[in-house]
Design a protein. Structure first.
Length: 322
């Protein structure tokens, strides 16, 4: 069995686990898994920007917040969730393009600073513009949607709704990677100078990746508002942006499954370590440090190393005399 087949098999097993595992878990576990799913969507967006074209964004939390507030403002006024999806995606795509364009025109890497300033500005708007966002009190009573006529009010139902969204986003990114755009992204990641030499418009494709990454942050925000049914400014600070970037790096930047593993390590693992009480954060921090020190390619790099070891042992056992 070749490595590609093993990866697909592992992905298939993972999908079955995600579908079946929540059935025997309590409601709080469904909440954590829903949070993991929407966080993975935000990390997939950041992976497009950082992992595929090498641009660091420190404003992903702002795009998640914009999606969340757009959802809260629209759905509490009777608008359907689909309208929130469309407006959040379009607004974040436009803002991502607007931030990326001046950054790419400069010779110095300015995107981290521009997105950092943008994220700070958006956070201050969320907190101070009471007439629009509710200020520090936020917006509550955000309704949960229905999927194909089925209510998602129950925690398990909403988890499957988030999982459905994650599958759609993953399929779209999978198609994108195999399209001419995806091949251009791969060329940019491998060697930007060579990509430009063969006629690829590096600025255009980099801008597309930045805008799409921001738009997926908006989609994650739509789900975040519906999950908590309440939105306030506190989560959408620089801390969330750095955490999302850390998830991409931990999982393996530029790898399709990297955001899945990185989000699981950042969202699900700390919950699993809560039995250690005051020591679980220390254990989590040590695990992250060790991972980055010994496996800089992230969890996907570790998975590839283990896969290589399995393949070598399998080949050795096949060649051994009976």
């Amino acid at each position: 069995m070749n490595p590609a087949t093993l990866r697909y098999a592992a992905a298939g097993i993972g999908a079955l686990v995600l579908i079946a595992l929540p059935l025997g878990l309590p409601d709080y576990s469904h909440y954590v898994l829903s949070l993991w799913a929407l966080t993975t969507i935000a990390a997939i967006g950041l992976n497009l920007t950082f992992g595929y074209v090498g641009q660091i964004s420190l404003g992903q939390a702002a795009f998640v917040g914009i999606g969340a507030y757009v959802t809260a403002l629209l759905t509490t006024r009777g608008w359907p969730l689909l309208a929130a999806y469309v407006l959040a995606f379009a607004a974040c795509f436009a803002l991502g393009s607007g931030l990326g364009y001046p950054a790419l025109r400069a010779r110095r890497p300015l995107l981290p600073f521009i997105t950092l300033a943008f994220g700070t500005f958006v956070f201050l708007v969320f907190r101070n513009e009471d007439w629009l966002t509710g200020g520090i009190y936020g917006i509550n009573r955000v309704p949960r949607p229905s999927l194909f006529g089925l209510s998602t009010a129950a925690p398990l139902g909403f988890y499957y709704f988030c999982l459905f969204n994650l599958v759609v986003v993953t399929a779209a990114v999978w198609w994108l990677r195999r399209s001419p755009w995806g091949r251009a992204f791969a060329a940019l990641r491998a060697n930007p100078l060579r990509a430009e030499a063969v006629g690829i418009d590096t600025r255009l494709y980099t801008l597309i990746a930045i805008a799409l990454g921001a738009a997926l942050g908006g989609v994650a925000g739509v789900l975040y508002a519906a999950l908590l049914q309440y939105v306030d400014p506190t989560p959408f600070s620089l801390t969330m942006s750095v955490s999302l970037l850390l998830m991409v790096v931990m999982g393996g930047s530029g790898r399709s499954l990297g955001p899945f593993l990185g989000a699981a390590a950042a969202v699900v693992l700390p919950e699993g370590l809560r039995f250690a009480q005051n020591y679980y954060l220390l254990g989590y921090a040590l695990a992250v440090i060790l991972l980055m020190a010994f496996w800089p390619a992230g969890l996907m790099g570790l998975f590839d190393r283990l896969l290589t070891m399995v393949m070598k042992l399998s080949a050795a056992s096949a060649k051994a005399p009976p």
